[in-house]
Design a binder for this molecule. Structure first.
Ligand code: ADE
Length: 249
């Protein structure tokens, strides 16, 4: 069964490719798809692109042109839940497009003609991802070093499971994240791609799991150390996580 590893960040993809010694590159629609093996799994690895349309196109190509039968998405997100902190890991149980609004014809957030607003991830893949996330969180200081954790103010990372929001906006004001929290109080995190990939997987009846590392609190400081965080923390977490996930079965 070929698994698509869709990464939101270039640094994550580079780390993944370093683990796939036999990868072959194929360029389609301006994207580089890398086909190879990792822990004996057949993998197609690719950058998602940023935003819902780019990610949906990438996922569709991974499925139709590269035969992906399951999708695992990794990247960073802004924390929304009150106890979701920078450095925490969030596994999606459900994904919702927070900027979908065809009201009054359809209820706010509902995907028109689907009768759904929340799309569920695959329970088995998500359980495995949670187990990998817990193991990586427990080893965070060994993995990243105490200095890096201190630089980014990360204590012991927590692992959360629940609702992730996606929309075509980088949420970088406290007013906007407060509005999202009011509208969708159970949302844990916000990003720009996951729910679009979930819609593609839903349409094809394929299983999906999504992991996000919290890079900011989606507030007035959200732009701050973004690049440094991705390089020093997020890409190292995600490759360690994928390594555990794939080694487990
Ligand atoms: N990805 C990481 N942080 C984010 C934010 N604050 N809003 C949207 N996507 C993000």
């Amino acid at each position: 069964m070929r698994l698509a590893l869709i990464a939101a960040m270039r640094e994550e993809l580079s780390a993944v490719l370093a683990r796939m010694p036999d990868e072959q590159r194929q360029r389609v629609a301006g994207r580089d798809f890398w086909v190879g093996h990792w822990h004996g799994h057949e993998i197609v690895a690719v950058l998602s692109g940023i935003g819902k349309v780019a990610a949906a196109t990438t996922a569709t190509l991974a499925i139709h042109r590269f035969g992906a039968q399951a999708v695992l998405f990794t990247g960073v997100a802004g924390g929304l839940g009150p106890d979701v902190r920078v450095g925490d890991l969030v596994v999606a149980r459900e994904l919702l497009q927070h900027d979908m609004d065809a009201s009054p014809i359809f209820p706010r957030h509902e995907l028109p003609l689907y009768g759904l607003s929340r799309l569920r991830t695959d329970a088995t893949m998500s359980q495995r991802l949670l187990a990998a996330a817990r193991a990586v969180a427990a080893e965070a200081s060994g993995l990243l070093g105490a200095d890096t954790l201190a630089t980014f103010g990360i204590g012991t990372p927590a692992v959360h499971e629940g609702l992730i929001l996606s929309g075509d906006r980088f949420v970088s004001t406290s007013a906007e994240s407060a509005a999202l929290r009011r509208e969708l109080p159970d949302a844990l995190a916000v990003e720009m791609e996951g729910a679009a990939v979930a819609q593609v997987c839903h349409d094809h009846g394929l299983p999906l799991a999504v992991l996000r590392i919290i890079s900011d609190r989606a507030d007035d400081h959200a732009g701050g150390d973004f690049t440094a965080f991705v390089q020093a923390v997020a890409s190292r977490y995600s490759v360690a996580l994928l390594d555990r996930y794939l080694a487990a079965g």
